[in-house]
Design a protein around this ligand. Structure first.
Ligand code: NAD
Length: 501
């Protein structure tokens, strides 16, 4: 069935099949195995994705290794920087193709993908080109015991072959967030995109060839996780380091694989983020901010807010205002101007989110709005649509307050004191981010110090300067990426010590 997204995808230069991209060439699996890529808008078939096995992973890792041993490994930084700029420019030149590809896979509103996914996907190459061009290295002079001197200097060398394992919620953006710095630092990559979103990673292969990135530097092997391309790649001993964004449970499995051969990992994992709204906050800005944090991208943002705490004097007013925001988000097709929210990524994820909606009801939540599936036109009934949902009245032990749902929903609870709300916010095994709304500057600084998270937004949410450290505390991640922090993972520091008389 043709929807406006699939029609748009067909109208521009977007692939309808999804082969691997290995050593600069698009290739099917040797086994001929494929799986389906279906539109979340209506369940229609977008195309068939090649499922990679050990043979494809072996070939991709070998191609990456050969690239490191070839011209890519010898290329001066200035030339790499030039190529990364060209990559960003070419993504922007093919903006509509990338937009259509991302929208076909995810069904997200074009306004969102055109504002965040594609421009940020391109920008990730430029920012890390700039970082690698400008980063200094340290030197130390020392006296030697025999009365001479020595000079120490550190050089950054690439780690080698990096496995990049990606999720489906912001496919191009989150992939290039890793591929950008990996290539800037001189590594070669093997990317395993999410099985739900194969399109933009495949399309990027065309861009790599167009701008002249040497073959084998960027490889894509499609497939699933366990007993498929994901597991084969992360357990492959030719891989020198693994960077992964996805669920905490998957991170545990990958860490197990990485322990064989002691390969380093960088993990950006799940969250159960809290939003804190104080009575002194700019009310309208807080409502707007929490509405975005809870519902944007249909709630499928790792940084999203599923636990909202509002100071008691404004609690009722806040719940009423957020309800209006949720109800104003009209579900619809990606290119329609009135569309406020797209579908979830898949029927499987819809089932998961609806099971949490059921648990909230069973555990005694007061349903403020939503709680089910919206009434969609007949041609979209096969899509993964779900209502933005707000609950109140649950104890902190309730399932929807403890577990990450990854849907457009939140629970709102009242609080009285700063100490109380800090304790509530920290009472989770996760520690990705928080968003705090207050006009009291002293309180903002105090809270930022006491919240156990990697990212603390005050009077804002998802405001990103790509030079800043990004990552989660506790079970939300290992390591930080962004700006110079990415260099810690994508390079090894080698100290050179020269003794002279
Ligand atoms: P997921 O963990 O199910 O899958 C992510 C990737 O891992 C996919 O490519 C999948 O095929 C692969 N995979 C699965 N099992 C594997 C295994 N055993 N070995 C190797 N690879 C395997 O995550 P998802 O559902 O795609 O994404 C949603 C999750 O990602 C949420 O938990 C969300 O919070 C998290 N996330 C975190 C961040 C962050 O920056 N912290 C950003 C986006 C998403």
């Amino acid at each position: 069935m043709a929807t406006d997204a699939s029609t748009a995808a067909a109208a521009v230069n977007v692939r309808r099949d999804f082969p691997h991209f290995i050593n600069g060439a698009f290739v099917p699996s040797a086994s001929g195995k494929t799986f389906e890529n279906r539109s979340p808008l209506d369940g229609s078939l977008i195309g068939l994705v090649s499922e990679g096995g050990k043979a494809e992973v072996d070939a991709a890792v070998a191609a990456a290794r050969a690239a490191l041993d070839g011209p890519w490994g010898k290329m001066p930084v200035a030339k790499r920087v030039e190529l990364l700029y060209a990559l960003a420019d070419e993504i922007n030149r093919r903006f509509d193709d990338f937009l259509a590809a991302e929208i076909a896979d995810t069904g997200k509103p074009a306004s969102l993908a055109a504002h965040i996914d594609i421009p940020r996907g391109a920008a990730n190459f430029k920012i890390f080109a700039d970082v690698i061009k400008n980063v200094p290295s340290e030197t130390f002079e020392m006296a030697t015991p025999d009365g001479g001197e020595a000079l120490n200097y550190a050089v950054r060398v690439p780690r080698g072959v990096i496995a990049v394992v990606c999720p489906w919620n912001l496919p191009l953006l989150l992939m290039t967030w890793k591929v950008g710095p990996a290539l800037a630092c001189g590594n070669a990559v093997v990317v395993k995109p999410s099985e739900e979103t194969p399109a933009t990673a495949t399309l990027l292969g065309e861009v790599m060839n167009k701008v002249g990135i040497p073959k084998g530097v960027y490889n894509v092997v499609h497939g699933l996780g366990p007993n498929s391309a994901g597991e084969f790649l992360t357990s492959h001993r030719g891989v020198n380091a693994i960077t992964f964004t996805g669920e905490t449970r998957t991170g545990e499995a990958i860490m197990g694989a990485a322990s064989k051969g002691l390969r380093p990992v960088s993990f950006e994992l799940g969250g159960k983020n809290a939003g804190l709204v104080f009575a002194d906050a700019d009310f309208d800005a807080a409502v707007e901010g929490i509405a975005r944090a809870a519902f944007v991208n249909c709630g499928q943002v790792c940084l999203g807010t599923e636990r909202v705490y509002v100071q008691r004097p404004i609690f009722e007013k806040f719940v009423a205002a957020l309800k209006l925001k949720a109800e104003a988000m009209k579900p619809g097709l990606p290119y329609e101007k009135s569309t406020g929210i797209g579908p979830l990524i898949s029927q499987e994820h819809l089932g998961k989110v609806l099971s949490y909606y059921g648990k909230a009801k069973a555990e005694g939540a007061t349903l403020v709005t939503g709680g089910g599936v919206p009434d969609m036109p007949a041609e979209l009934k096969g899509g993964s649509w779900v209502q933005p949902t707000i609950w109140t009245g649950l104890p902190e032990t309730a399932t929807v307050i403890r577990e990450e749902i990854f849907g457009p929903c939140c629970h709102i609870a009242p609080f009285d004191t700063e100490d109380e709300v800090v304790a509530l916010a920290n009472d989770t095994p996760y520690g990705l981010c928080t968003t705090v709304w207050t006009q009291d500057l002293s309180r903002a600084h105090r809270i930022a110090k006491r919240i156990d998270v990697g990212l603390c937004w005050i009077n804002s949410w998802f405001l990103r300067d790509l030079r800043t450290p990004f990552g989660g505390s506790k079970q939300s991640g290992i390591g930080r990426e962004g700006g110079v922090h990415s260099l810690e993972f994508y390079t090894e520091l080698r100290n050179v010590c020269i003794k002279y008389a």
